[in-house]
Design a protein around this ligand. Structure first.
Ligand code: TRP
Length: 457
């Protein structure tokens, strides 16, 4: 089957689209709340280390797999290896895509719902953080509210993938990402200048190492994968639309910087506000929804800014959700010969069904726990902390050992000739990280979290 593949129209188009995939709820919703639950500064340090020594090498490897093969995750492994095992690794990526999208869209639905809340002026009554938190808690126990906006968000995601996303994603990202950036920056400044914000700053700057254990390191590692859209073939799929003269190491570095800066700015904006309005940093998934409305009330133009904030949060989530659905759709289109429109409708519906128990975890199914976690937390944990790191581990083993490293270097060099000539050490460092450091570290963290190490030692 000869497929016609589009390409990004420009280098910056790819970078912003990939950054659009990377930057999403992970940065603005998840990063602050897991930082709050895992001790602040010390967690951020572990997270930054994971990004630098594991995230970057694996990101380069994943994009390279896509650009070399011009395929979806399953097709990419098929093109480079005959082994069922490796093709199965691609398949695991597609499954992870289903799982992540199902709970991701539930949270994105909250952002959509909050656009309406903000527009209705409901935030003006939030004189204290507690009132804002109570309002949020009563909304998510409302089944119609949560399922309704979840459905609305799923339909929006399907709409873009249905139309074919090249122009949608690329253009949307180029326009929206800078606006998001500016708005977050304004929020950060507002946060810092709030009375009582010092406690938030010190929470972010003073490490409390007693909070760091195997579990929190696993969460930091899992989040490094989650926030960079790594470990399931989303970046691979985006890389498959890249041209041979794009510089992969440089692009990867730029994507990582953008993603990290946005997460840190969001962190400062949220935690200064959390402490200033007297909320609990370990409140969990509701944290941003408790905090931001209560802060906006204290701002001139707060009504307008709060609407804008939730619109942008929705858009950031949308550019990420599109990349998740795109992986799944690309697989069914390329490998099983479905037509794109049929794939979007059927697969979107499957994701919707899968997401229902996650949506209901906040109300009807709240007391229904498996291994001490409700359905939402369980799917998030399985996908983000087990499947993504495992996918990343296998991708680094494949590129490091199975593919043939001379071929890897040859393909990587295309578009990065300058880097290879002027800074060969960077390439050598990448090789070392990819072959030895990241697989070993990921493996140890995974084992640790499964409690296996404790049995051995
Ligand atoms: N990175 C996105 C975020 O931070 C979420 C996301 C999009 C994702 N595509 C992914 C996560 C693929 C894991 C894998 O919000």
């Amino acid at each position: 089957m000869q497929e016609k593949r589009e390409q990004w129209s420009s280098k910056i188009g790819f970078i912003l689209a990939a950054a659009g995939s990377a930057i999403g709820l992970g940065n603005i919703w998840k990063f602050p709340y897991i930082t709050g639950q895992n001790g602040g500064a010390s967690f951020i340090i572990v997270y930054l280390i994971c990004i630098a020594i594991i995230g970057l090498p694996v990101l380069i490897a994943e994009i390279l797999l896509g650009r070399t093969t011009h395929r979806n995750p399953v097709g990419a492994f098929k093109a480079l290896s005959k082994s069922k095992f490796w093709i199965g690794v691609g398949g695991m990526g597609v499954v992870s895509g289903f799982l992540i999208l199902s709970f991701y869209s539930v949270i994105a639905g909250w952002a959509v719902g909050y656009i309406i809340e903000a527009a209705n002026g409901n935030f003006s009554q939030f004189s204290t953080g507690e009132l804002a938190a109570n309002h949020f808690n009563s909304l998510i126990t409302n089944v119609t509210w949560i399922v309704g906006y979840f459905t609305a968000f799923m339909l929006m995601t399907m709409f873009f993938v249905y139309l074919g996303i090249q122009k949608g994603i690329e253009l949307g990202s180029v326009i929206m990402m800078p606006i998001l950036f500016i708005l977050l920056f304004i929020l950060m400044v507002r946060g810092i200048t709030l009375e009582g914000s010092e406690a938030g700053i010190s929470f972010l700057l003073n490490p409390d190492w007693s909070k760091i254990n195997a579990q929190s390191i696993l969460i930091a590692l899992g989040h490094a994968f989650f926030t960079l859209s790594l470990g399931m073939g989303a970046m691979l799929t985006y890389g498959s639309y890249m041209s041979k003269d794009d510089n992969i190491p440089l692009a990867s570095f730029q994507i990582i910087i953008l993603d990290t800066v946005v997460a840190l700015i969001a962190g400062v904006a949220i935690f200064t506000s959390v402490f200033a309005v007297g909320l609990d940093p370990s409140a969990g998934p509701g944290l941003v929804f408790h905090t931001i409305p209560a802060t906006f009330v204290k701002m001139p133009g707060g009504y307008f800014f709060s609407i804008l904030f939730f619109i942008l949060l929705t858009i950031a989530a949308l550019t990420s959700a599109i990349s998740l659905l795109e992986v799944v759709v690309a697989y069914f289109v390329d490998e099983l010969g479905w037509n794109r429109k049929k794939a979007v409708i059927i697969l979107g519906f499957v994701v919707f069904l899968l997401g229902l128990p996650s949506a209901l975890s906040f109300n009807l199914l709240a007391d229904y726990k498996i291994w001490g976690k409700n359905f939402f937390d369980l799917v998030d944990f399985l996908a983000s902390n087990i499947l993504l790191p495992t996918g990343g581990l296998l991708i680094s083993i494949f590129v490091g050992y199975v593919w043939g490293f001379d071929k890897v270097l040859l393909n990587l060099k295309s578009g990065a000739e300058n880097l290879f000539e002027k800074h060969p050490k960077i390439i050598l460092t990448w090789k070392f990280f990819l072959k030895y450091l990241s697989p070993v570290l990921i493996f140890v963290v995974l084992l640790q979290s499964l409690g296996i190490l404790e049995l051995i030692f």
